[in-house]
Design a protein around this ligand. Structure first.
Ligand code: ADP
Ligand code: MG
Length: 362
């Protein structure tokens, strides 16, 4: 791993070396096929049809809005919820009907579920009762070292910060070296600053332990920052699965384009690798034909001040590293992100230019 000179002042993100980052392993660990769970007649199924495969050691995020079926999917994989249909295979073995404790899958609960009356070391030793006393003790110390809590074994959970408690929960889960760890919204109990720090820490720990993980989150930034691949879930189905870059640069639908990052959706007429739009003829990221909706990212649009321009700035938000503009052109309001340099005032007339490949949507 690359070591940055100390003077730089930034903490290097975990696993930032080009080789260690976001490699997709080839060996299949988990295969989920046609998973379905319908709770109440009359309501839509919580999980309609979820299928995906993941590799050994891979970090997969299940990303989608609240209520789309992420937790139910995770609970079925963990064995806490029975699917109505579908199969789950771990390393080739069908585990669909096994109870949780026979699956060999680790689960980190949202509230960490630490034992309040046991100290940190005892909490970590809890899963290691099968080992001899001395071996369990040694393993628990090793895990505390791994998560950076060596000196805190004698503390009770309530004497730790939220981030530290979560590392104890992770140490307890990883102590038995499960091939797969399930994490449901693991950062939701932490404040914003802790969340950013802890998520890179968790990624590093999982990679070091060699465990694959499924991370459930509704936070697109978290999924982009943490995962090797993201499965986007909409209403109980996986609608797209790919690396963060693929999902951001090539969203398949308006839902994905607007849920991961922000997009302007404009109509156009596609003819192969180009489309005619209100902003002229634009190159497409993939071939399409006929009437299409097109996703244009706010950072793909340039604003040119022009007293005779067809559009006007109707809102502006300065954010330091960049600024957001809302620009009205006829009926359409477009969101534009540009650098912090030039300032265009609200009310000024402008012309919009798009100078990049845009994405035709299904
Ligand atoms: P997410 O984790 O994506 O927010 P969930 O998997 O928790 O979504 O829930 C998906 C849908 O299933 C929601 O509409 C939720 O109300 C419903 N649901 C979840 N668990 C149960 C349950 N035990 N009984 C009835 N409905 C449930
Ligand atoms: Mg949930």
């Amino acid at each position: 791993m690359n070591e940055l000179p100390k003077s730089v002042g930034f903490k290097m993100p975990a696993e930032a070396s080009p080789l260690g980052f976001r490699q997709i392993p080839q060996k299949v660990l988990l295969e989920v096929e046609g998973l379905r769970r319908h709770f109440d007649e009359g309501d839509a199924a919580a999980v309609e049809r979820v299928s995906f495969a993941m590799g050994e050691g891979e970090l997969l995020a299940l990303l989608g809005p609240s209520g789309c079926g992420k937790t139910t999917t995770l609970r079925m994989i963990g064995g806490f919820e029975r699917p109505d249909a579908g199969t789950i295979r771990l390393r080739g073995r069908d585990i669909t009907d096994l109870p949780p404790e026979k699956r060999g899958i680790g689960f980190v609960f949202q509230d960490y579920a630490l034992f309040p009356h046991l100290d940190v070391l005892e909490n970590v030793k809890f899963g290691l009762r099968g080992l001899g006393r001395a071996a369990a003790e040694a393993r628990a110390h090793e895990m505390l070292r791994l998560v950076g809590l060596e000196g805190l074994g004698a503390r009770r959970p309530h004497e730790l910060s939220g981030g530290q408690q979560q590392r104890v929960a992770l140490a307890r889960t990883l102590a038995v070296a499960p091939p797969l760890v399930l994490l449901d919204e693991p950062f939701s109990n932490l404040d914003a600053a802790m969340r950013v720090e802890t998520r890179q820490e968790v990624r590093k720990l999982l990679k070091r332990a060699g465990s694959a993980a499924i991370l459930v989150t509704h936070d697109q930034e978290e999924a982009l920052a943490l995962a090797d691949r993201i499965a986007v879930i909409e209403a109980g189905r996986v609608v797209q699965i790919g690396t963060p870059d693929e999902i951001y640069l090539n969203p398949v639908s308006a839902f994905v384009a607007s849920f991961i990052g922000r997009s302007n959706i404009v109509p156009g007429t596609a003819n192969g690798m180009d489309a005619d739009t209100a902003f002229g003829r634009l190159p497409l990221s993939r071939a399409a034909n006929g009437k299409v909706s097109i996703a244009v990212r706010p950072e793909q649009i340039m604003l040119e001040p022009d007293p005779n321009g067809p559009a006007a700035v109707v809102g502006r938000e300065f954010r330091g590293h960049d600024q957001l503009y809302w620009v009205q052109e006829g009926e359409r309001c477009m969101l534009v992100i540009s650098g912090p340099g030039a300032q265009i005032d609200v009310g000024q007339r402008v012309r919009l230019r798009i100078c990049d490949c845009v994405v035709p949507l299904n």
